[in-house]
Design a protein around this ligand. Structure first.
Ligand SMILES: [Zn+2]
Length: 587
């Protein structure tokens, strides 16, 4: 038992003893239903089903909150003792309360930015993309860049005939936007799409060679199509940087502050009270720190260090380490690395070549040696390592390099809780290694069902079935499995990912290898206590245990008992962070 839990236990035993004594003395002099002998709560939720996600407490009916922490959970009768004249009461009226969702892997500022640019996630074909860009061009100044994100060719009802690798050429974009550079990020984040004005601004032409780790996709006639895979996107970064450089630092900060608010609105609307941010630069972390000090972080952030070299990290990590204290909104104790790309863009690193592109087995984005060095630096400074790996080769290489680094540094890795972000395709031989090594499978269930329809195309049926999102086998072999959405790759919709977890139901109405579905209870754990464990926060979050943060979400119906097909109809009614009601549906 940790020191904190132990202290809480002692505190509650004392409270029980004291309460017991005073009740005895009251019995002698006054009726039993006397004045409560506990301090009144600031907030009480009552009259519902409360899933505490604490095995010792089970389900309850009501919760009492003081300040930013939970004071008690129990029956309505038990919690009535905590109601005083000043107590704010939320009537659950039969609704369902549970720990606030913890987003296990997302991109916080990317979520905010996605609300400022064209949202292409729901377009049904290329024509719609072109007309949305045309609409933005109408409103833009000459030379102004048009940004969009979220398109995915495999989600369209059709693709133009002259498409290359299933992606259209940029001629129609050039026609509607001859003078405004256009940049449209792929849903996966692993490819970008640009019109000729953007390519020209970056000095890219048909003869520009592919950079290491990236591809400038070309048509059979040698012309660049506008699609840039993986690191090839960075060829455009400088031009975009120069364009954004026209803004003053104050204007840039204003845009960033707006992103923080937009992201928080989305998170709270979906019942998300904590957010694990999969990668922010040191400057970005400084910015978050400033906002935390001002009290302007509405959602709790667990931020992974990204985009700093091993040399820099070795020097500065100690000064960036921020462990939770008090009513904490910013924690930094982990590093994000990335070994491969995404399956959709043929970037996931596979043990065997792609079934539908046999000349490649994927991309290595950051070398094994470089990540292994990071792992050693992390051990030295007490940081967690969270490495993106999607393909079965990528996953194996990361498990191997974690093991080697622990050996080199002579530590037992079992308690370090290092993670593999995504863990999407795992060779059956490697599945038990997660449990054995104590490596966390940082899964986003929604990826399984939204990618499911085309995964067999990339991998072939047999390999898809053997390796894709093997949650059941991960649970059975003792792995900690987490959950999330990788927002803005997918919307930050915890209920959608919960539904995907238990049903593996795809949009086409078929189930994606349903033998790997989670139980309702497991899915709830992945989104609460398991995400907390994956961030060393199980003493303060992840269950409605007295003493932990009062981070609570109220839902319209019971996620543990409602018929499966009705789960998607669930609404988020109230979101509470640190005892404060931060969102109410319809408000
Ligand atoms: Zn991500």
């Amino acid at each position: 038992m940790s020191r904190m839990n132990y202290t809480l236990l002692i505190a509650s035993l004392l409270a029980i003893t004291i309460a017991g004594c005073s009740r005895d003395s009251q019995d002698a002099t006054a009726p039993a239903a006397a004045i409560p002998d506990v301090a009144p709560a600031d907030l009480v939720l009552r009259g519902g089903t409360v899933a505490t996600v604490d095995p010792a407490l089970g389900n309850a009916e009501a919760i009492a909150v003081n300040g930013y922490r939970i004071t008690a959970v129990g029956s309505d009768d038990e919690i009535a003792a905590y109601i005083g004249p000043e107590t704010e009461i939320v009537e659950l009226n039969g609704r369902f309360a549970m720990p606030g969702f913890i987003e296990g892997h997302g991109h916080y500022m990317g979520l905010g930015r996605s609300k400022q640019i064209l949202d292409l996630r729901n377009v049904t074909n290329w024509g719609e993309v072109v007309s949305m860009v045309a609409g933005a061009v109408d409103k833009a100044q000459p030379g102004e860049w048009i940004f969009g994100r979220g398109w995915h060719q495999d989600k369209w009802d059709s693709v133009p005939e002259d498409a290359v690798d299933g992606v259209p050429r940029n001629d129609s974009l050039n026609a509607v936007s001859p003078n405004n550079p256009v940049s449209l990020g792929h849903a996966s984040g692993h490819a970008g799409y640009f019109n000729d004005a953007a390519l020209e601004a970056a000095g890219i032409d048909d003869d520009t060679p592919d950079p290491p780790g990236g591809t400038i996709v070309r048509a059979p006639d040698g012309r660049a199509t506008g699609l840039m895979r993986e690191t090839a996107q960075r060829l455009l970064s400088e031009a975009i940087g120069i364009y954004q450089g026209r803004l003053t630092p104050e204007e840039m900060e204003q845009i960033d502050r707006e992103r923080v608010v937009l992201a928080a609105d989305e998170a709270l609307r979906h019942g998300v009270t904590s957010f694990q941010d999969a990668g922010t630069s040191l400057e970005g972390i400084e910015f978050f720190k400033k906002l935390e000090e001002e009290g302007n972080l509405p959602v709790r952030l667990y931020v992974m260090v990204r985009r700093a070299s091993n040399e820099v990290m070795d020097e500065v990590l100690p000064q960036y380490k921020m462990l939770p204290e008090g009513n904490d909104f910013l924690t930094v104790r982990s590093i994000k690395r990335q070994i491969d790309g995404a399956l959709g863009a043929h970037g996931a690193w596979l043990l065997e070549p792609y079934a539908d592109l046999i000349e490649t087995d994927g991309l290595v984005l950051e070398t094994v040696e470089d990540i292994e060095r990071t792992a050693e630096i992390a051990v030295k400074h007490g940081f967690q390592v969270n490495t993106h790996a999607i393909g079965d080769r990528g996953v194996r290489e990361v498990l191997d390099l974690y093991e080697r680094a622990w050996k080199t540094m002579d530590v037992d890795g079992k308690d370090l809780r290092w993670r593999i972000e995504h863990s999407q395709h795992i060779d059956p031989v490697d599945v038990p290694r997660f449990g054995q090594l104590g490596v966390v499978a940082a899964v986003q269930a929604i990826h399984g069902t939204s990618d499911g329809p085309w995964i067999p195309t990339r991998l072939g049926d047999e390999r898809a079935k053997a390796t894709s999102q093997p949650w059941r086998d991960l649970f059975n072999t003792g792995a900690i499995v987490t959950n999330g959405t990788d927002v803005p790759v997918e919307p930050i919709d915890a209920l959608a990912s919960y539904y995907a977890s238990v049903s593996r139901m795809m949009v086409n109405g078929e189930r994606f290898y349903p033998e790997h579905a989670m139980t309702r209870e497991e899915a709830m754990q992945t989104y609460t206590i398991n995400n907390a464990i994956a961030a060393f926060e199980e003493d303060i979050k992840g269950s409605l245990t007295p003493g932990k943060y009062a981070d609570i979400v109220v839902l319209s119906q019971n996620l543990l008992t409602v018929e499966e097909e009705k789960i998607p109809d669930t609404t988020v009614d109230i979101t509470i962070v640190g005892g404060e009601i931060k969102y109410k549906r319809g408000m």
